[in-house]
Design a protein. Structure first.
Length: 389
């Protein structure tokens, strides 16, 4: 646990801090290796010790140019090796840049550098015939150690590359999940989407009382007859996007649009006691919003609105292109309130009128003939109490 915590804290450090720390560590490691390395004729001087700062400086820009920094580091090490300075294990000066280049995907070049510095001494041992057994043994041991270090560095680079690939795949997965989540929430209410994801096969709920609103644009089809389909869609998209914002502001659930009709409900999927008031406020704001928009021909739009309050059944239907919909007498009556309404007016049933109480102003329309229901007493919702019409 302690190791994991240390590694997690290290990964949270800003990249510039990590780069500076690695550059300093690399410069210090190379300097120490030169100081304690086996002598080869010349004692290290200022030029020899310059290798450490050069490799450290190169390591600072390894993220941006991993291959260029690896080759530059290999060239600097090669220049050092051409002298009689103390010998170095090549894995020490190449450790940071070799691992970075491998992790960045330059594996062919990284293997070439490993072969040059790791296998080069083996070639020398194979062609040299004037070496004593003691020196040959010493060189073999050094080559084996160096190759082991280089292999460890390459494995480190592969571990970093794999971790990056997994992190990238994880980020892509999260992005796709987020995108799918957004698409799902555009189709279903959040609580219903959560139930679907938990594995519920059939989602159907009874709600003893909700308030349903239907709104339909007056004479929109005829007005759109002489315009382009693109313009019709543009007008509807602009208007319905504004209505969606109103529904969200009032805490209501948009159910669907059918052509130029709009359906919204209050009191589900999460019940709320003020569903009728929320829908009434939405209706009044909706009427004002529609009046601010123009039809495809440039004329002001008008809307009929119908509202009813009562029980419904709500659920998800379909397996492909599924939808969340409502059924019941309340839905049918709300639709009839819209279709039998008056342009620019909000027609509500008597039970919605009684549910709203004294907070609103009404005009009694009286009994009207409603298909499938006979004569019903209806009211026009005029405005909020205490406010001008």
């Amino acid at each position: 646990m302690a190791g994991t915590s240390w590694w997690s804290r290290l990964r949270r450090l800003p990249a510039p801090v990590v780069d500076v720390g690695l550059a300093l560590a690399l410069a210090a490691a190379v300097t120490v290796a030169i100081t304690v390395g086996p002598p080869q004729g010349r004692s290290p001087d200022a030029f020899a010790y310059l290798l450490g700062p050069v490799l450290g400086a190169l390591a600072l820009v390894r993220r941006r140019w991993p291959l260029a920094v690896l080759l530059a580091s290999a060239a600097a090490l090669q220049v050092y090796n051409l002298t009689d300075y103390p010998g170095l294990f090549s894995a020490v000066p190449l450790s940071v840049t070799l691992a970075t280049a491998w992790a960045a995907g330059h594996r062919g070049w990284a293997l070439a550098v490993v072969a040059w510095f790791g296998a080069g001494p083996l070639v020398f041992l194979a062609v040299a015939d004037d070496l004593s057994p003691a020196i040959r043994t010493q060189l073999v041991n050094g080559v084996v150690s160096d190759l082991a270090l280089l292999a460890a560095v390459v494995l480190l680079g592969e571990a970093v590359r794999t971790r990056r690939a997994l992190d990238q795949a994880h980020r892509h997965l999260l992005a796709e999940q987020e995108r799918s989540e957004r698409l799902l929430l555009n189709v279903l209410p959040a609580p219903i989407a959560a139930r679907l994801k938990q594995g519920e096969k059939v989602i159907a709920d009874d709600f003893p009382e909700v308030t349903v609103l239907f709104a339909d644009l007056v004479d929109f089809t005829r007005r759109s007859r002489d315009t382009t389909p693109e313009r019709v869609v543009e007008v509807l998209d602009d208007l319905f996007s504004a209505l969606d914002a109103l529904a969200e502001r009032h805490g209501l659930e948009k159910i669907k649009t059918v052509g130029d009709a709009y359906m919204v409900v209050g009191g589900l999927p999460e019940p709320r006691p003020d569903h009728a008031r929320a829908v009434a406020d939405m209706a009044l704001d909706l009427r004002q919003e529609v009046a601010r928009h123009l039809d495809p021909g440039g004329e002001p739009l008008a809307v009929r609105v119908g509202i009813d309050t009562g029980p419904v059944v709500a659920g998800v239907i379909g397996r492909r292109k599924f939808s969340y919909d409502l059924w019941g007498d309340t839905v049918n009556v709300a639709s009839r309130m819209e279709s039998t309404g008056v342009p620019g007016c909000i027609q509500v049933t008597d039970r919605t009128y009684r549910r709203l109480g004294d907070g609103y102003r009404f005009e009694r329309r009286g009994p009207i003939q409603v298909k499938g229901k006979g004569k019903l007493v209806t009211w026009f919702l005029v405005g909020r109490a205490g406010r001008p019409g």
